[in-house]
Design a protein. Sequence first.
Lengths: 165, 479
Amino acid sequence: MNDPIIAIAFFVLAAVLLISALAVVMLRNIVHSALFLALAFVSVAGFYILLNAEFLAAVQILIYAGAVMILLLFAIMLTQRANTPMSNVSNSQAGLAAIVAAAVFVVLAFVLSKTSWLTGAAAVTQPNTEVLGKALFDYYVLPFEIASVLLLVAMIGAIVIARED
Amino acid sequence: MNLNLLLPEISLCVLAVVLIVIDLLLPQGRKSILGYIALVGLAFPAVFTLSLAGVQQVSFSGALVVDQVSVFFKLLFLIAAALVILSSFDYTRRLSILQGEYYALVLFATSGMMLMASTRELISIYIALEFTSITLYVLAASIRNDAKSSEAGLKYLLLGALSSGALLYGMALTFGLTGSTVLNDIASALAQRGISAAAVLGLVFIAAGFGFKIATVPFHMWAPDVYEGAPTPITAFLSVASKAAGFALVLRVFLTAFEPAEKTWLPLFMVLAAVTMTLGNFVAIRQTNIKRMLAYSSIAHAGYVLTGLAAATAGATSGMLVYLLAYTLTNLGAFIAIIAFSGQVGSDQIEDYNGLSRRAPVVSLGLAICLLSLAGVPPMAGFISKVYLFAAVFDAAAKNSGLYYLVVIALLNSAVSIFYYLRVVKAMYFGPAATEESLHTAFSLRVALSAAVAGVLIVGIYPTPVMQAASVAAQVLFH
């Protein structure tokens, strides 16, 4: 964060992410919420670029801002409701939730600002896609394989829930 | 990398896929054979697990460990899965449940729980936990066209996602402070760098994520609704196997990775244990639905087990293992009896249990034995496991005097719990029956109930082998 341009980029991205995330939760029209979610996904991709993780950034855009968003918008379209402008349901506990969220934020901000984090000594390899691939299929092969079974289960589960007799 | 260590999990996944393929080939009306295949097929993972007994090996870059603890838990999950599958034969036929997928998902969930008991690296732990959870969300919602079951699945999913978020946040903080995701390396980094406030935050978030899995107060809100709405065999599965898998993770993560921070989490778990058992028991008293009553009772039992973690000695850990096994057999027995009754009576209300002992004497006796075991009455397994666990916690009180009070609270709670368990027994044996017509119970349910009750009595009367296995396993976590 010594480079002022990176610092400016970080704060701009952070502002965009926070505002769009809040909009996702607070807007009354569910279509608007979905579009702001796409913006939030894109700004997270921006963070990955700042962190020199260009492969993650590309995946974030492709999968989240691309595939997940399309699915989400389709789901919203297919479950058309009568009153779209008021389609995002909310309840009376918003005030309470705001207080809890604020309290958690204060505690986290206070503690985390006083922490000395462990940072790696070596610089990040550029480009790191190859390193990432090797790590995934070597060091992290167990979680990778469990994740593939998880996807199979998710697919079966979707069929179980959605299938018409 | 040693694939032999993963054979129990792999064989379960293969069996599940085979079931789905056979399901496609079977004509409508012949589907009930799937349950038998699933049950018999469990012999493979059982044999593979038994062949790993006594092995002490780490593999997959430190992500996977096979030791006595994981083998103990894996056998516990297999027992639970076998009884759940056996008690589902009648249930899935009666309600509209897709049998092939249902049994396959039960096997996948068992495989996920086994992985939870065997992983010792944060990313693998998280993925194994999600694997199990996603399977269970679907199973909770698997009764078709049933609003309560869908509600159970949705509630479980939403609150589960929240707890996953907390867990991941805690893991991220821990990684940022220690630079490693392997539990042993986290422990040495924490010991070397000291326990900062951020480490405590990470620990608390991780405890919250696991607390949801084992349903401790204040992360228990999902349990009653999900237990009530889910198919009853799945409720039984959630209340024993999923909870035990959560405890397997709690034991490994806190006794290994956070061992240097013991002074921080001992009081935390002491308070959690006391609050959890007290709230669980007192709210259980007011319940009129037996599934909700057992949900709160299972919260209370999570509190009893947590007393062992608050003591954090090898003896107390071995007590936790014995307690979890006894609780698994007992609670499964109780739920199997409930499945048998609700199939005939069509209700889960306690008032409808009036006079059932005259209509279904054998099943009533089975349920009574299980409820008395849950209450901790000798000679059932619930009694001996309570004595074993609380005595070990009491022994540890020499170095931590707060544990005296914890044991006293636990004993008072056990006394309170007798009240609501006996209320059901009283209704069955002394309540006025609406009719005297005798109830027919499916053969598979009678076999399942007999097996569970036999387990409860055997562990209750001759607990030595279980205790020996548990204390050998517990030693592993305290080198």
